[in-house]
Design a protein around this ligand. Structure first.
Ligand SMILES: Nc1ncnc2c1ncn2[C@@H]1O[C@H](COP(=O)(O)OP(=O)(O)O)[C@@H](O)[C@H]1O
Ligand SMILES: CC(=O)N[C@@H](CCC(=O)OP(=O)(O)O)C(=O)O
Length: 257
């Protein structure tokens, strides 16, 4: 099914959940941009950290991905597909949008286990039609968590940047990664305006880009290669960044294929 307008996938890092002002302002921008359809894909890593801590679990990451033992999944799913998703739906509603909360399955993305050592961490593994085009045509704004379902019906925790990129590829949509820093920073904490594959590999090797940002730059590079154009990483802290990016202006770091 095709849609009447170009689609933009907006990946929102989970820290936006701590700023009602920023999330409301971002949805105000989307509401005002009537020439586009928007699909919001969100994280919530910090919320998961706090829920797991409160429940008495230790949590660890491997190359930016949270090792997700089966017994922790109720908390991870509850935080991401529950509280984080519904909180953002509330913000969208306040901006006059009609939000619909989805997981990766309804968004058309199938998931399988990534690596045995990461337990219930999923990776995107194929697609089916999903409901997003129908929802967009019906006037809804999909708000998608990064919780996925495997073929056997078990729940998986997918990194939200990877989830957003898979949805954008599936929908043949454009994508913007909005995070809690203005740009990718160099070893002197200065913003990098543009990065290509070689520079990314070097900065990861030198451990200048680490953790969540390592996943984000790698995923952005794959998305840029698929789209055959630059993909931006910038901050949700300034909602005007989103307006500028939609107008084709340079904000933050451009990852080039
Ligand atoms: N070179 C770097 N430049 C900027 N941020 C970096 C860098 N390396 C690691 N980071 C960290 O990556 C974080 C963003 O990744 P992450 O927390 O996964 O974001 P999000 O939740 O928005 O997806 C930043 O807040 C910063 O702490
Ligand atoms: C497997 C994995 O690491 N999943 C992430 C999903 C949330 C996420 O990616 O949140 P941000 O976008 O806020 O970083 C996690 O559990 O933290």
């Amino acid at each position: 099914m095709s849609t009447s307008k170009p689609i933009w996938v907006i990946k929102l890092g989970g820290a936006v959940l701590n700023s009602e002002e920023a999330s409301n302002a971002l949805f105000d921008v989307m509401k005002a941009q009537t020439a586009f359809h928007f699909v919001v894909v969100h994280g919530g890593g910090a919320l998961v950290d706090s829920w797991l801590k409160d429940a008495g679990f230790a949590t660890a990451k491997h190359q930016g991905l949270r090792i997700s033992p089966r017994e922790q999944m109720p908390y991870i799913v509850g935080a991401l597909a529950g509280t984080a998703n519904k909180q953002l739906m509330g913000a969208a509603l306040v901006s006059g949008m009609k939000p619909i909360g989805l997981s990766l399955f309804e968004a058309g993305i199938l998931v399988k286990q990534k690596l045995k050592v990461l337990a219930q961490v999923g990776e995107c593994d194929g697609t089916h039609d999903g409901v997003i085009p129908a929802m967009l045509n019906a006037g809804f704004t999909p708000i998608v968590s990064s919780i996925g379902l495997g073929e056997d019906g078990s729940l998986y925790n997918v990194n939200a940047d990877e989830a957003a990129a898979a949805i954008a590829a599936h929908l043949k949509a454009e994508i913007i990664f909005m995070t809690d820093v203005e740009a990718v920073l160099d070893a002197n904490k200065q913003p990098l305006h543009e990065l290509n594959a070689d520079q990314i590999a070097k900065l990861i090797e030198e451990e200048v880009i680490v953790g969540g940002m390592e996943v984000k730059v790698k995923t952005s590079l794959t998305a840029a290669e698929q789209l055959r154009r630059g993909v931006y990483i910038s901050s949700w802290q300034k909602p005007e960044n989103l307006t500028a990016l939609l107008a084709g202006e340079h904000v933050g770091t451009k990852i080039t294929p």
